[in-house]
Design a protein around this ligand. Sequence first.
Ligand code: CTP
Ligand code: C5P
Length: 390
Amino acid sequence: MASKSDPSKEPEAKKRKQVRVWVDGCFDMVHFGHANALRQAKALGDVLIVGVHSDKEVTRHKGIPVMSEKERYKMVRSIKWVDEVVEDVPYVTPVSILDEHNCDFCAHGDDITFAPDGSHSYQAIVDAGRFKTFKRTQGVSTTDLVGRMLLMTKEHFLDSEKEDIVAQSPVKKFAVNEMGAITITFLPLSTSQNPLGTNPYNGLFKFLRTSQRIIDFSGGTVKEPKSGDKVVYVAGDFDLFHVGHVAFLEKCLQFGNYIIIGLHEDRVVNSYKGRNFPIMNLHERVLGALACRYVSDVVIGAPYQIEEDLLDFFKVDFVVHGRTPIKPCHDGSDPYQVARDRGIFRQIDSNNPLTTNDIVHRIIRNRMKFEERNERKESVDKRGQESCES
Ligand code: CTP
Ligand code: C5P
């Protein structure tokens, strides 16, 4: 009779080798499209190694990134499907880098941009037969997000009434006043310019919201807290989920190991932040939060005022708020009063000053620099033309 072999006694060489997947990119203003890319890439193997380009390399090939290399490295490290990050990798991926990091193949979204000669920055990898693709996530890109910020659209809001969709007009001009604040002049916008379902400025289809994507991002099921786990509840908009949020959540880990994020509804965020905030709608913010390795669960559309029933339901040990000011409820009351009364409220300093507003300001400043450069170039070209004619 043949005896069954015990796998733990198999020689090392006979054990299945782990498949190591390489992905590289700029990962500027990391969004759930990037996170979904990394989720898919991880599913192609066992270990995911992500190479991130330095500021110098991104600037040389694409233009100045909005987020610094330090911020981009930290952000990619915080994504739950990432096992290793390699900093400062070349823009054009050499086969040697796969060998250096012991990777089997390189994966990229099925959106490769080709140079006029038909080649692309993964040509050598393709030629070596070590290239795989995954589906690019439609409806989100850095360009789309920049559009939402610059053009002040609100059409991405989940709970937009039809008449609200053309909520604000495209921006005509940006200027910085003597106090350093950014002032914005709007252009009139007709409803005909804003067909439902697509972004009128870049023609992109709105992201199709499915519960499947939320299930994918939660890793199939959300694990309940185990006995002995300490539950930390934090609330906010967590818009454009960024390194400031990551730094805050890292600090929250001193109070517990099971972090629940309560995400406020779009209209609630808009009522206290104004303009076209949030830049990402509730569904997008859910995905952004779920992609973070420190987050165990999210409350989709959390109450602004944190009441007894929520704290009891989730058996919350601590409620934590970061370095940003606490905005009172509409009736002037403190949203954290109940948690304070229970003695479980803590306010901490994330030691990272970045806010969503700062990201919007960086984009506007970049845009202003770009426009100034273009204006200078146009006037130089015009002068050159005039001197040729005379
Ligand atoms: N990616 C994706 N879906 C998106 C955006 C990016 O699958 N909506 C993938 C890209 O295909 C690539 C990886 O994420 O494999 C890293 O992309 P990156 O180099 O950061 O840049 P872009 O593709 O330019 O992303 P974006 O347009 O959002 O800047
Ligand atoms: O501003 P938002 O609601 O997204 O913030 C969510 C939480 O993250 C808040 O508790 C806020 O104080 C905290 N935070 C922080 N440091 C940052 C950004 C946010 O502590 N740089």
